[in-house]
Design a protein around this ligand. Structure first.
Ligand SMILES: NC(=O)c1ccc[n+]([C@@H]2O[C@H](COP(=O)([O-])OP(=O)(O)OC[C@H]3O[C@@H](n4cnc5c(N)ncnc54)[C@H](OP(=O)(O)O)[C@@H]3O)[C@@H](O)[C@H]2O)c1
Length: 322
């Protein structure tokens, strides 16, 4: 098969298209004929060598969609549509940047859809992350106000749509004023321009603060996001777009307002259910959800796709179609 192999840790050009033997399927695993996969920021970290215990060469890719090629357990039929996500895929065993992938049954999600593979490829990890952050971590409720820090990211754009559909008021941030219209067209109620601090401008609109914050920039803006919550409000840090994993000065009694809550979301396949994924795919298929897909690359262009994401050129999800 053809695979985009990360030959060693480094810049995007360490990813090379190679002809290698097809993966062998073992008991409790399935072989997937991959059709498409979404590109994820965590894969840039892994490629740079920043994911602990990942050895190279490695076929990266923490998710894929495709068809069952072989299932020794008989759970799935040949040709059945499936998604596979996380569970060590693309890190501790070879992942989605290939024509075939062997994956354990626990991370397989069957679905039925007429959508093109390039659209389906955008869905699994993005949906798992947004749904888990909003519903499992932040426990959003109709009537609440949600601030999305990093609102133009593909996660932020989908989060805004799902939160609006659940009856919340949504405030999204961007560093770039020219993206304001794209955020409003995506359905958000207010846009704040983020120069590292938005709390003062947020309080001009909502003096009591907001109930919930989805923090996608990370440690760089976390303290300011904590200033945005009102009584018993909650911040969930799901992303690290700012590329800084640790905070030098953090004073819990001081930076977290009294009774305020701070949590993180680090999604796994166990946070998703087959029913939730199918329901979401149906909503995309019947036009209730509009997925922001920026660009679709081919398997021979994975290195280019990594560079594109690293240069922040995408406005929406980056997908690779086989
Ligand atoms: N916890 C989990 O389970 C999980 C799962 C998936 C993804 N994530 C994380 O969620 C975050 C969003 O992922 P994504 O794929 O949706 O991202 P994305 O679409 O690639 O986000 C791109 C946007 O992020 C903003 N951005 C980029 N660098 C920035 C910086 N240094 N400071 C502030 N803003 C910056 C830019 O917005 P503006 O130019 O408009 O400001 C840019 O348009 C990432 O950190 C990703 O790792 C977490």
């Amino acid at each position: 098969m053809k695979a985009a192999v990360t030959t060693k840790a480094g810049n995007p050009d360490v990813i090379q298209l190679q002809e290698i033997p097809n993966p062998k399927v073992k008991a409790g695993w399935v072989l997937i004929r991959i059709k498409a996969f979404g590109l994820n920021r965590s894969e840039l970290f892994t490629r740079r060598g920043d994911s602990p215990n990942v050895n190279f060469p490695r076929i990266q890719g923490i998710e894929c969609v495709g068809e069952i090629e072989e299932d020794p357990s008989g759970t799935y039929l040949k040709g059945q549509q499936v998604a596979a996500i996380m569970g060590g895929m693309g890190r501790f065993f070879d992942g989605g940047y290939a024509e075939f992938c062997a994956a354990p049954l626990e991370i397989i999600f069957p679905f039925r859809s007429q959508l093109p593979w390039s659209v389906l490829g955008a869905i699994p990890e993005m949906f798992q992350t947004v749904s888990g952050s909003l519903n499992q971590a932040l426990e959003i409720k109709s009537g609440e106000k949600l601030l999305i820090r990093g609102g133009t990211s593909s996660i932020g754009m989908l989060a805004a749509q799902l939160a609006k559909a659940q009856g919340l008021t949504v405030i999204s941030t961007t560093r770039n004023p020219s993206k304001r219209d794209a955020l409003l067209a995506n359905g958000v109620d207010h846009v704040l321009i983020d120069d590292g601090s938005v709390s003062a401008n947020l309080k001009k609109i909502f003096p009591e603060g907001v109930e919930k914050v989805l923090e996608l920039i990370g440690t760089q803006t976390l303290k300011d996001s904590l200033k945005c919550i009102g009584y018993k409000g909650m911040v969930c840090m799901t992303g690290i777009l700012g590329n800084e994993w640790t905070m030098s000065d953090f004073t819990p009694m001081g930076d977290i307002p009294s009774l305020g809550r701070l949590t993180v979301y680090m999604g796994e396949s166990k946070n998703l259910s087959k029913e939730l994924l199918q329901d979401f795919i149906d909503q995309v298929e019947n036009g209730k959800i509009k997925l922001g897909i920026d660009r679709v690359f081919g398997l021979h262009q994975v290195a280019e796709a990594h560079q594109y994401m690293e240069d922040n050129l995408a406005q929406g999800k980056v997908v690779v179609e086989i």
